[in-house]
Design a protein around this ligand. Structure first.
Ligand SMILES: Nc1ncnc2c1ncn2[C@@H]1O[C@H](COP(=O)(O)OP(=O)(O)OP(=O)(O)O)[C@@H](O)[C@H]1O
Length: 250
């Protein structure tokens, strides 16, 4: 069974959103989130799954403080450090991989920390390269290193492995787990890939169609490293039956 690294600890991240409405350029209103409540367990991986357009990215942006126009409260420790990884690696093209990392690295992040992290994600030989010289898989590795270099209290991952071939995506998922086990932090990830969700999640959050809220939270009590393909298939069959909308077509 899963270890108890966060058993008994109370959440340091409480998300309460009464309402988040987008106002379009033409003045139209679209309510993306209504009455959403979610607690994140320390040093656990929470994965959000929901139908396309339900409001998952909107939720991550609100939690990240990138969108402050909402009614509700995001309760997190003062000065909490955030790390991000988006669908596109979003590395600054005029800076090298090293410079991209150094730009956001936590105060006190040393040269040896940088070398260790670059080694762990497999970009140690790429530090002097520019993003446009990297394949998408390598750019994602660099983005992973950048996200962890902030030494985040909260790591936000928005479909970080989308558009990669399955072999590369699988390698990167394993890398994420390795780096995350060595540098545990509270993480929230959005994905449309149910097997990815079942491979990585401690908590799987089923989101309702828009305006979104939490339908159910499923806990997976087996450490990620011990999950077999058969276990993932059996979880998938069970959840697809119980949450057909969230797993539709997946
Ligand atoms: N800046 C914006 N202005 C207006 N509407 C927006 C804005 N951002 C998102 N929306 C709308 O809000 C809804 C939720 O969008 P969001 O990107 O959060 O959904 P999502 O669940 O992440 O979608 P997907 O799974 O397809 O990535 C969508 O209908 C989207 O079109």
């Amino acid at each position: 069974m899963k270890d108890t690294r966060h058993a008994g600890e109370t959440s340091r991240f409480k998300i309460r959103i009464e309402e988040k409405t987008h106002v379009g350029a033409d003045g139209s209103h679209l309510t993306a989130i209504r009455d959403l409540s979610l607690d994140l367990q320390p040093e656990s991986m929470t994965v959000l799954m929901g139908p396309s357009g339900c409001g998952k990215t909107t939720l991550l942006r609100v939690v990240a403080g990138l969108d402050e126009d909402y009614i509700g409260e995001i309760d997190m420790p003062p000065h909490a450090r955030l790390g991000f990884m988006f669908q596109e690696p979003r590395l600054l093209p005029w800076r090298t991989v090293r410079q991209n990392i150094e730009l956001v690295a936590a105060p006190g992040f040393t040269e040896s920390d940088l070398q260790n992290l670059a080694e762990a994600v497999g970009v140690a030989d790429m530090l002097t390269r520019y993003p446009q010289e990297l394949s998408l898989g390598l750019a994602r590795r660099a983005a992973l290193a950048r996200a962890f270099s902030t030494e985040p209290d909260l790591l936000l991952l928005d479909e970080p492995f989308v558009s990669l071939d399955e072999r590369t995506a699988d390698r990167l998922r394993r890398l994420l787990l390795e780096v995350w086990s060595a540098r545990p932090t509270t993480a929230v990830m959005v994905t449309h890939n149910p097997r990815e969700a079942l491979q990585l999640a401690d908590q799987l959050v089923m989101m309702a169609p828009r305006p979104t809220h939490v339908l159910a939270v499923e806990t997976i009590d087996v450490p990620q490293a011990e999950r077999t393909a058969a276990m993932i298939e059996s979880l998938h069959a069970d959840l697809a039956r119980r949450f057909p909308v969230n797993f539709a077509g997946m």
